[in-house]
Design a protein around this ligand. Structure first.
Ligand code: ADP
Ligand code: MG
Length: 395
C-alpha cells in the first residue's frame, strides 16, 4: 500500500526525523489558512499523487501553466495562484502513464535553503536477505539517470538487525557528511531504520535528503510503501489509504483476495499461480497482443471467486477477449469450469473466451464446458490457447 508524501513525512516525524513544517490541503478554501501558518519567505506547493517525478512532470490542462508539480512561491499570492492552477488538474510524470493523475491534494511546505541534494532509500535486499540502505551523493530529480549511467555512485549497505555506529558512519562517509550534517546523520539513519521495521514498510525513499545551508539534514521528499501482508498490524497506516489513487478494479480484487493488476492491453487473463500468470502474459505478447491485466486467482479459489475475477476483468473497457488458463491441483478443473460458465451467463459475455484447463478432473471440466452450449473455445495447451485468443480478437 502506498501513501502520500505528506503522510509519509508525518510518520517519519513521529519517529523523530527532521522534516519541514507543512500543511496538506484538499480544497482552495484551505490554502490561505495553510500559508498563514508557515513563516515564509519561501513556500513550496507540492502536488500529492501516488507517483514520483512530480517536479519534472507536466500538467495536461493548459490552464495549469507550464511549470511542473512542485512549485516554489515567493509570495502568499503566488502560493494561491499556483494552488489554483494545480488542484483538480492532471499531472503527467515518468511514472503516471500518458493520462496522468488528477491532483486532489496539495502539500504547502516551508521552503528550504538547499546546499546539497542526496539520495537515500531503505528496502529489503533479496541478495543479502537483509534490510539495506541505498545511498548516493547524487540525489534529486535525476537518480534514475545516475543508476543507469554511473551506478558506481550508488552504494548499498545491508544492515543486520539494526544500524550500528559503524553502519551509520559508513553511510555518512558515502554521503560525504561532515560537521553538523554528520552529527544529524548519525542520529537520522537509526531513526529511519526503526520507522521502516516497526511500520513494516516495503520501501522508504528519501529523495532528496538535503544538507541545508545551515548544515543540518532534512527529509525533503518521502515515498513510502507498506507490506500489504502486515497491514493488519497497523490500523493507523490503513487509515491513510487514499482509494482515489488506486484502480477501482484493483480495490475490488483486493476485497476478493485476488492478485489483480490492471495493464493496458486487450486480452484479459485469469490464471492461477503468479508464475503461470507471468508465462501466460509472455506468450500473449509472443503472439503479438498485449495482456489487459495480471490476475492470479490463487490456488484454492471456488466458484464465486472465479466468477468475481471474471467480472472484474470484464469491467475493463479495453478487453477484447479473455484467456482462462488454469492448472487444477488443489483446485479442480470441474469447479473452475462451473465458475467460468456461471460468470459467462451472468455477465452476458460479448467477447471471445478461450479456456485452457489442465490437471485434476480435466476431462470432466472440458465436458462441462462443451455441454454448456456457450460459445467457449477450448484449448489444449498454452501455445494453442494463446494462438486461439489472439486469432479470436483479431477476428
Ligand atoms: P519529486 O521527486 O516528485 O519530483 P520532490 O519533493 O523531490 O518531488 O521535489 C522536487 C524538487 O523540488 C526537489 O529535488 C527540490 O529541489 C525541490 N523542493 C522540494 N521541496 C522543497 C522544499 N520544501 N524547499 C525547497 N525546495 C524543495
Ligand atoms: Mg523526490
Amino acid at each position: 500500500m502506498n501513501i502520500h508524501e505528506y503522510q509519509a513525512k508525518a510518520v517519519l516525524k513521529s519517529f523523530g526525523a527532521p522534516v519541514a513544517e507543512g500543511v496538506p490541503v484538499l480544497s482552495l478554501d484551505d490554502v490561505q489558512k495553510a500559508v498563514d501558518t508557515l513563516p515564509g519567505p519561501l513556500w513550496v506547493v507540492k502536488s500529492q499523487i501516488h507517483a514520483g517525478g512530480r517536479g519534472k512532470g507536466k500538467f495536461v490542462e493548459a490552464e495549469a501553466g507550464e511549470k511542473g508539480g512542485v512549485r516554489l512561491a515567493f509570495t502568499k499570492e503566488d502560493v494561491l495562484a499556483n494552488a489554483k492552477q494545480m488542484l483538480g488538474h492532471h499531472l503527467v510524470t515518468a511514472q503516471t502513464g500518458p493520462a496522468g493523475k488528477q491532483v486532489n491534494r496539495l502539500y504547502i511546505e516551508d521552503g528550504a535553503d538547499i546546499d546539497r541534494e542526496l539520495y537515500l532509500s531503505i528496502l529489503v535486499d533479496r541478495e543479502s536477505g537483509k534490510v539495506a540502505f541505498v545511498v548516493s551523493t547524487e540525489g534529486g530529480m535525476d537518480i534514475e539517470a545516475v543508476a543507469h549511467d554511473t551506478p558506481e555512485k550508488i552504494m548499498t549497505l545491508p544492515v543486520d538487525g539494526g544500524v550500528t555506529e559503524d553502519d551509520a558512519s559508513k553511510l555518512c562517509d558515502a554521503l560525504k557528511l561532515e560537521g553538523t550534517a554528520r552529527t544529524d546523520g548519525m542520529k537520522l539513519f537509526p531513526i529511519l531504520y526503526k520507522a521502516f521495521t516497526e511500520k513494516d514498510m516495503a520501501m522508504l525513499e528519501v529523495n532528496p535528503l538535503i544538507v541545508m545551508e545551515n548544515g543540518h539534514l532534512r527529509v525533503l521528499d518521502a515515498k513510502v510503501s507498506f507490506d500489504g501482508n502486515a497491514l493488519f498490524r497497523h490500523p493507523d497506516i490503513v487509515e491513510l489509504r487514499d482509494k482515489t489513487e488506486e484502480d477501482e478494479k484493483e480495490i475490488e480484487a483486493s476485497e476478493w483476495d485476488l492478485a489483480y493488476i490492471a495493464l493496458d492491453g486487450t486480452i484479459g487473463c485469469m490464471v492461477n499461480g503468479a508464475g503461470l500468470a507471468m508465462a501466460t502474459m509472455d506468450i500473449i505478447k509472443l503472439y503479438g497482443e498485449e495482456p489487459a491485466n495480471f490476475c492470479d486467482v490463487g490456488g484454492g479459489a471456488g466458484k464465486e471467486k472465479v466468477a468475481a475475477a471474471f467480472k472484474i476483468i470484464m469491467k475493463d473497457p479495453n478487453v477484447k477477449g479473455i484467456l482462462v488458463n488454469i492448472f487444477g491441483g488443489i483446485m479442480k478443473c470441474d469447479v473452475i469450469a462451473e465458475g467460468v460458465i456461471a460468470a459467462v451467463k451472468e455477465t452476458n459475455l460479448a467477447v471471445p473466451l478461450v479456456v485452457r484447463l489442465e490437471g485434476t478432473n480435466v476431462e470432466l471440466g472440458k465436458k462441462i464446458i462443451a455441454d454448456s452450449g456457450l460459445n467457449v473455445i477450448s484449448a489444449d495447451d498454452l501455445d494453442d490457447a494463446a494462438q486461439k485468443i489472439v486469432n479470436a480478437v483479431r477476428g
